[in-house]
Design a protein. Structure first.
Length: 102
């Protein structure tokens, strides 16, 4: 899949039964689509939220601990973001965003 001009797409796979420690910078400015499998987002409170194939979500600056794959097959996340030079121009817009995940 080719990204439109000014954007980049990054594929992140989480193995079946595996997890990925959450690092906010990794998801900065990205809209994430779950292209295959399912993912549970583990909040710092321990609560988990489950997402399935086709769901779209935002992972930047959330109070998360890890991403878990509870499924039998690999989960594939596609992170779409603006290229670095475009991010800098609009970062101020995102600074005031709040999360409602606990």
């Amino acid at each position: 899949m080719e990204a439109p001009p000014g954007f980049e797409i990054r594929a992140v796979e989480v193995e079946a039964g595996g997890h990925r420690i959450y690092h906010a910078d990794e998801w900065r400015d990205s809209l994430v689509a779950l292209a295959r499998g399912e993912i549970e987002l583990e909040c710092v409170s321990g609560e988990r939220r489950c997402f399935g194939c086709g769901d779209m979500f935002w992972l930047a600056n959330l109070p998360l601990r890890a991403l878990h794959n509870p499924g039998d097959g690999p989960a594939l996340l596609l992170a779409v973001s603006r290229r670095e030079e475009l991010r800098e121009a609009t970062d101020e817009f995102c600074r005031g965003a709040r999360s409602y995940l606990t």
